[in-house]
Design a protein around this ligand. Structure first.
Ligand code: SDX
Length: 428
């Protein structure tokens, strides 16, 4: 195993240690480079830079592998549940029956939110984007639980904050939707499991009894599992760097929600549906839109395609493509945009532009079609992504805090004006 790398510059050679991960990935540790040489590295977007070592999720983008704590996403999606996966990501091992029961009960116990939250919620206009409302409601938890502001408190206190945010995020998400549609909010019912409770909170209305559809509940549980973590993506890196300043878990998660909102990241699932709808309204000519996606002078991108890490199929997209067929069939939904999505995928996988750039469908390409079939409104799709990604954010924040990582503070290369004297306004 290679132990070090040599960097030669300006006639000097520096020895840099090499780190090898448990899956034999290699990294050059440049932690002492600036101290030894006065030189830093530069990598906008951190495309080639590791920010940390982590034991939570393993991705192999070339082979399309995704594992949570060593377990394959395919097995977890098929055999596990979202709450069990949340426990696995956060505490490192699959829970036994007693541990799972305690975790579920701790969550059930905290699903209610303070009534004053409604005052904050109704202060938002009904056309507010749900991600902005969600991020604000999560930050408001720092006011209702001021003891959570100190992330260095006991494990018991941190576990309490973890249970509170996992329990309350579905309530916040559903209340955000109810505020948008002008319906009265529902209150959590502990007779339901986690996902069924969310469906009840979202769709029950006072006019009739609400029945949870088991097909919908199972599909949603699988969707949440598939979104639960994805190593150092944009929003998770945001949660880690905000948490590295010793900001609270709630403040860090709120920042992660804001980062996820962007259309290049979690906002892509909403953008995919809007794109497919536009193509359908435009007559469904997939080749025309593929040509637009390849045209450098055209700002149009094929949303839901491409990935910073996956240069092969996103394994989640494979699972979601099959789930889309199964769920729509089980619910008797015939959605024309599913055929358009499949048509786009078929054309793209044969097109040299996409093949050369290794652009494949990512997690967002099919997820929106399922959310739509489940009755989730399109501007709530990224909220669904946040619900899924919450355990990953928590696990990564907890790992960063427990490893005592220093505050994140990247360096830069200055390219502005050299030193110059102030000029009084009359002389400018
Ligand atoms: C998520 O990081 C994660 O893990 C994220 C995520 C998670 O679980 O947390 O997986 C979730 O965010 C998935 C990605 C969702 N975003 C989209 O679907 C938006 C569309 N995709 C792209 O914008 C893009 O592919 C990114 C943002 C996902 C990745 O961008 P990169 O790695 O910075 O790559 P790039 O923009 O430099 O693209 C490389 C080339 C460029 O062409 P050239 O300059 O080489 O000629 O590929 C082209 C790009 O123009 N390209 C696309 C394209 N994606 C990349 N061209 C057309 N359509 C696209 N979708």
């Amino acid at each position: 195993m290679v132990k070090s790398a040599q960097l030669s510059i300006n006639g000097n050679t520096f020895e840099l240690p090499v780190v090898e991960g448990s899956e034999h990935e290699l990294a050059i540790d440049i932690g002492k480079l600036r101290g030894q040489s006065g030189i830093i590295t530069l990598d906008p977007g951190y495309k080639n830079t590791g920010a940390t070592t982590s034991a939570i999720t393993f991705l192999n983008g070339e082979e399309g592998i995704l594992r949570y704590r060593g377990y394959s996403i395919e097995e977890l999606a098929e055999k596990s549940t979202f709450i069990e996966v949340a426990y696995l990501l956060i505490y490192g091992e699959l829970p036994n029956a007693e541990e799972l029961g305690k975790f579920q009960n701790a969550i059930k116990y905290h699903t209610l939110v303070h009534e004053d939250i409604k005052t904050i919620l109704t202060g938002f206009p009904s056309n507010a984007h749900p991600m902005g409302v969600l991020s604000s409601l999560v930050t408001s938890l720092t006011a209702f639980y001021p003891e959570s502001l100190d992330p260095n408190r006991s494990k018991k206190e941190v576990d309490l904050s973890i249970a509170r945010i996992i329990a309350k995020l579905p309530t916040f998400a559903a209340w955000t939707y109810k505020n948008q549609v002008g319906q009265p909010v529902n209150y959590p019912k502990n007779k339901y499991d986690y996902v069924s409770n969310f469906l009840y909170l979202m769709f029950a209305n006072r006019a009739e009894e609400y029945e949870v559809n088991p097909v919908v509940a199972r599909a949603l549980d699988k969707l949440l599992i598939l979104h639960a973590d994805h190593e150092q993506n944009c929003s998770t890196s945001t949660v880690r760097i905000v948490g590295s300043s010793h900001a609270s878990l709630f403040a860090s998660v709120s920042a992660g929600i804001s980062a996820l909102w962007g259309p290049l990241h979690g906002g892509a699932n909403q953008a995919v549906i809007e794109m497919l709808e536009n193509i359908r309204k435009d007559g469904g000519d997939t080749q025309k839109w593929m040509d637009k996606a390849k045209d450098k002078d055209d700002p149009f991108r094929l949303m839901g395609f491409g990935h910073r890490v996956y240069k092969n199929f996103d394994p989640r997209a494979k699972i979601l493509k099959k789930a889309a067929d199964d769920v729509l069939q089980a619910l008797g939904v015939d959605d024309p945009i599913l055929d358009i999505a499949k048509g786009l995928e078929e054309v793209a996988l044969k097109d040299s532009y996409f093949v050369e750039r290794k652009l494949y469908p990512n997690v967002d390409f099919y997820s929106g079609i399922i959310y739509r079939a489940l009755g989730i409104p399109v501007d709530m799709f990224t909220v669904m992504f946040a619900l899924g990604r919450l355990p990953g954010w928590i696990a990564q924040w907890k790992e960063m805090r427990e490893s005592g990582e220093p505050i994140g503070r990247p360096r830069q290369i200055y390219v502005g004006h050299p030193a110059r004297a102030y000029v009084n306004i009359e002389k400018r």
